[in-house]
Write a protein that binds this ligand. Structure first.
Ligand SMILES: [Ca+2]
Ligand SMILES: [Ca+2]
Ligand SMILES: [Ca+2]
Length: 251
């Protein structure tokens, strides 16, 4: 009796999972900010015709079909941080027929990327899921270090050589101060007061030897002090004027 019951359940589950969903990339190489094509195959192995809705989530910018992009609205006080997704409605698939859906999008971040499984719901309310797909998004090798695409020294050394402003402190000793490092992380960022270069972090207050002093001041012992020339030009005439005035009073 139990065997019959299990067989019955198996037959029911088979009858419910009679749609196969499979997806793949239509290319082997993926480059950041360049379009890629994804193909979703939906095969109806059921004995009857099915009408399905398809939902696809991914991270990137949709190129085609833009009219199928759905945005989640922000409802009363609730912010739903769900990215836009693609939605196809009422696709009719006859028994033993396979339908292909193609979409094109641009990945916007270098590194490993995954597109979650496609969800298909048929007119009987059954849900079917495809495989996930993972792939590596390469940098675009255009000799420009595009930090906003996630290009950096480790992922794209051709575009972001050491010392690039790429959000990563590479700390390599190459005579180039990486702007992402502090002076402890990259020895090249150590300031040398006295090398006749007014470097980042040096100013007239902490290194007048390299950065000079304002007008009327001169650098003595690495401090800006009123210059003797300033005394000569401004103070000596004042002293003379003072003496002159005293002499006129006494005469
Ligand atoms: Ca680049
Ligand atoms: Ca860097
Ligand atoms: Ca360096």
């Amino acid at each position: 009796m139990l065997k019959f019951f299990i067989l019955f359940l198996l037959l029911i589950s088979l009858s419910y999972s009679c749609i196969n969903v499979y997806k793949e990339l239509n290319q082997s190489k993926v480059i950041v900010n360049e379009p890629i094509e994804v193909n979703i195959k939906i095969k109806n192995l059921c004995e009857d015709k099915r009408i399905v809705n398809v939902t696809e989530f991914f991270i990137g910018e949709v190129i085609f079909p833009r009219e199928n992009v759905v945005y989640i609205e922000i409802s009363k006080g609730k912010i739903l941080a769900i990215p836009p997704f693609l939605f196809w409605k009422n696709i009719e698939i006859k028994s033993n027929e396979e339908k292909n859906i193609t979409y094109i999008f641009k990945p916007l971040q270098v590194g490993i990327s995954t597109i979650q499984s496609t969800k298909v719901i048929d007119n009987k309310g059954n849900a079917y899921y495809s495989n996930d797909i993972s792939f590596y998004v390469d940098c675009n090798h255009n000799k420009v270090c595009e930090k906003y695409f996630g290009e950096n020294y480790y992922e794209c050394p051709g575009d972001c050589p050491s010392g690039s402003y790429d959000g990563i402190c590479d700390g390599i000793k190459d005579g180039k101060c990486d702007p992402d490092c502090d002076e402890n992380a990259d020895i090249d960022c150590k300031r040398i007061c006295g090398n006749k270069i007014c470097e980042v972090g040096e100013n007239q207050e902490n290194c007048c030897i390299d950065c000079g002093c304002p007008f009327g001041f001169e650098c003595k012992d690495n401090e800006c002090k009123i210059s003797s020339l300033f005394y000569f030009i401004f103070l000596i005439p004042i002293v003379f004027l003072f003496i002159f005035k005293i002499k006129r009073k006494t005469s």
